[in-house]
Write a protein that binds this ligand. Sequence first.
Ligand code: SAM
Length: 277
Amino acid sequence: MNQTPGQLFVVATPIGNLEDLSARARRVLAEVAVIAAEDTRRTRQLLSSFQCDTPLIAVHEHNEAERVPVLCERLAAGEDVALVSDAGTPLISDPGYALVQACRRRGIRVVPVPGPSALLAALQASGLPTDRFAFEGFLPRKAGQRRERLAALAAEPRTLVFFESVHRIAATVADLATSFGAERPATLARELTKMHESVVSDSLGGLAAALRAGTIVERGEFVLVVAGNVEEQSGGLAEARRVYALLIEALPADAALKLTARITGVKRNALYAALRA
Ligand code: SAM
């Protein structure tokens, strides 16, 4: 007899405020046979807030590869499974990609149960353009890779969203100010939906100074939203690229760069970053 397969529910959970757990998320978490959770102790706390005792199985970045076949077997045998991460939306800088991919490949239905995510929460309060944006997750930790990534992003015209840990937030904002220019507008969102929530908009240089001075406290969780490169948006960089391409035929690179900046008004470091990207 052919067994009807179960469904994988990808369930978003609160990023701080328990009231953000949707009624549908509660129902699904209570009804499934098992919940695949990044940290079972943390998820058990969430479940106990609404008297739910669904069994849990740990699925995190270190064991996801071995847990995927086990969960797929259970799904194939007809059990429904929910996937949650510690907080927010699974797969957004969190485990779950391998499981979702495996389910889709096997024809197992993947059902999103949308809800909180620090990414959208920060963006929706940022006051920066939301019509187009790029999510960059965490920047590389190694200095060289980080510099390269930032140079590649300096000309990006869309709003950029970065996650960062409390240990690196000050260094990251300072690095961004250096790579994108201290004047670039940005918003630093801290402890979203929690008691000490704060959302501060300033230039990157201003935010770096506020972190140095302790006006923005280095405690809790942070999302940084950075305005896109407006010179690129207005076509300024495209024109600068054209001028540079002409000048470089007759001048050394340094002189061509300097003269292009003077002719077009595009900042030298923005042009340099765009040419390297
Ligand atoms: N999947 C999660 C989501 O959708 O929100 C994100 C997980 S990622 C491992 C954790 C990062 O998200 C933190 O380092 C921080 O950058 C951001 N974050 C999570 N909760 C936050 C909050 N309440 N306030 C600000 N940032 C938060």
